[in-house]
Design a protein around this ligand. Structure first.
Ligand SMILES: N[C@@H](CCC(=O)N[C@@H](CS)C(=O)NCC(=O)O)C(=O)O
Length: 209
């Protein structure tokens, strides 16, 4: 086994990082990437992350030549071009746009969920903005409901960019927002998630307890 040639700035709590790690495992590339732990937040940027990504967010992936890729969508696309198996992001055709749109919906869930987390965990409680928090939670509810209604068959068909992204989004809801109880109104998605959660790539990348 050769030494890893790339470095992933990561935190095990980040659902965006988790997508990258799941794809690495699903495509057999995990040994190519060293993990560098960091804890960036909007109020405590990490100097090393900022050096590679001026907006200070993870995941960021430093390549062998020293260049840095971000954000998670770019990193996933890059890594999907670095293996010889079936692509996990369809290269062209209508499948490409549909699978990327499903992945984008999952990213939207993660964005809203991470923002709610920052507002509730980092902001002083007297400054919490209730209508804004409510609307972020509504974004999550609407997107999860749409996945339940329209996307179960597509998610079940194969574990690719769309399924990886949705699984990581739902995993983050369980981790940080169990109060949302997303399973109650979305039983088909809950069944699908129960199954994909058992994949080694999902088990190996579970958020910390
Ligand atoms: N669109 C970005 C979102 C990444 C993101 O929000 N990462 C969070 C951690 S989960 C972060 O680094 N936050 C630090 C900050 O907002 O300054 C992606 O897909 O990579």
């Amino acid at each position: 086994m050769s030494a890893p040639s790339m470095t992933l700035f990561h935190n095990p709590a980040s659902p965006f990082v988790r997508k990258v790690r799941v794809l690495l495992i699903e495509t057999g590339q995990q040994d190519r990437v060293a993990l560098q732990a960091c804890v960036p937040t909007p109020v405590t940027p990490d100097a090393q992350v900022v050096q590679g990504n001026p907006v200070g967010k993870i995941p960021a992936l430093r390549l062998a030549d020293g260049s840095v890729l971000h954000d998670s969508r770019v990193i996933l696309d890059y890594l999907d071009h670095q293996h010889v198996g079936n692509p996990l992001i369809p290269r062209d055709g209508s499948a490409r746009w549909r699978r990327l749109t499903l992945a984008s919906m999952a990213d939207g869930i993660m964005d809203a969920a991470v923002l709610v987390r920052y507002e509730t965990a980092l902001r002083p409680v007297e400054k919490h903005w209730a209508p804004w928090l409510d609307e972020q939670r509504n974004k999550i509810r609407r997107a999860v409901a749409e996945l339940e209604q329209d996307a179960i068959a597509e998610l079940t068909s194969h574990f690719d960019i769309a399924s990886i992204s949705v699984a990581c989004a739902l995993g983050y809801l369980d981790f940080r927002h169990p109060d949302l109880q997303w399973r109650t109104a979305n039983p088909k998605l809950a069944d699908w998630y129960a199954e994909v959660s058992l994949r080694p790539s999902m088990l190996d990348t579970q958020p910390p307890v």
